[in-house]
Design a protein around this ligand. Structure first.
Ligand SMILES: [Zn+2]
Length: 284
């Protein structure tokens, strides 16, 4: 074969490979492209039997079980945020009527009440814990009868079971130190100082989570829901795929639109209501 024919032959092969590649990638992601779904994300904090603590941020174990019963009877399927990210970014399939249950702050009641019920109902939830507090409880240097928190061994147990996903709620920014709420920028802090401080805190959590569970969180749950464009930009720089706030809305999410995973709202499930009331109130 002359050099010219060899070149033409090679070009044809390359062109065919290109066409084959395009067809393949189109087939694998094309089906769900532009598909938009509504995903309610429910926000819980503490579960307790102590009457005087019940309110917006604490419900009874029976109330949580009633929620799971309702979801089961009404065809909902609990998914993790990681599964939602895979759906949006890769078009991987989700079950019908997906819903996400989230627990903030890493209370001991996650392990004592939520985890056994999730196992019993074969459901999943996302737990966003405070890194420093869990470190302190693990080291047994901290005790609090009314607000006990989980230890890393409990987190590992939950994550290993497949019924729980761990996400980042900051290592030590769950307060108002420096006059700024949670992940907010402090007064007088330059943009560079802010980026470095917030990145260091969030990355410390990432390192602890990876060390303890072998899994790197993908999502940042804003303490108090306090967020800004700057904090969202920092999360993207750090490689996060999603963020959760506290605005009460059901999220409309479109496959291929990775931005829609940032600033996702959550519905507060307070004591004295029910998950059906919460869902009805926000469903359009
Ligand atoms: Zn919190």
């Amino acid at each position: 074969m002359s050099k010219r024919y060899t070149a033409i032959f090679l070009m044809i092969i390359l062109a065919l490979m290109g066409i084959f590649y395009i067809i393949q990638t189109h087939q694998s992601s094309g089906q769900a492209e532009n598909q938009t779904i509504n995903v309610p994300i429910i926000m819980y904090h503490k579960i307790t039997q102590v009457d005087t603590m019940l309110g917006d941020y604490a419900i009874t174990p029976d109330e949580f079980e009633e929620d799971l019963e309702y979801l089961k009877e009404n065809g909902y399927h609990t998914i993790t945020i990681s599964e939602l990210i895979d759906f949006i970014s890769k078009g991987l399939p989700l079950p019908d009527k997906p819903i996400i249950l989230t627990f903030d702050d890493g209370y001991f009641s996650d392990y004592k009440y939520a985890f056994p019920l999730l196992k019993e109902y074969d459901m999943k939830a996302t737990f966003s814990i405070i890194g420093k507090v869990t470190d302190e409880y693990t080291q047994e240097g901290r005790q609090d009868i009314l607000y006990p928190h989980i230890t890393w061994s409990m987190v590992i147990d939950m994550v290993k079971s497949g019924h729980a996903e761990l996400q980042n709620h900051g290592y030590d920014i769950h307060g108002q130190s420096g006059g700024a709420k949670g992940a907010n920028q402090r007064k007088g802090e330059s943009d560079d100082e802010y980026r470095d401080r917030l990145s260091a805190d969030i990355n410390l959590f990432q390192a602890r989570a990876l060390e303890m569970t072998g899994i790197m969180p993908t999502t940042f749950t804003y303490p108090f829901g306090a967020y800004s464009q700057k904090s969202e930009d920092i999360l993207r720089l750090l490689g996060f795929s999603a963020s959760l706030i506290c605005a009460e809305k059901i999220n409309k999410l479109t496959v291929g639109d990775n931005d829609c995973l940032f600033g996702m709202g959550r519905l507060l499930r307070a004591h004295g209501t029910s998950i059906s009331e919460v869902l009805e109130k926000y469903d359009e």
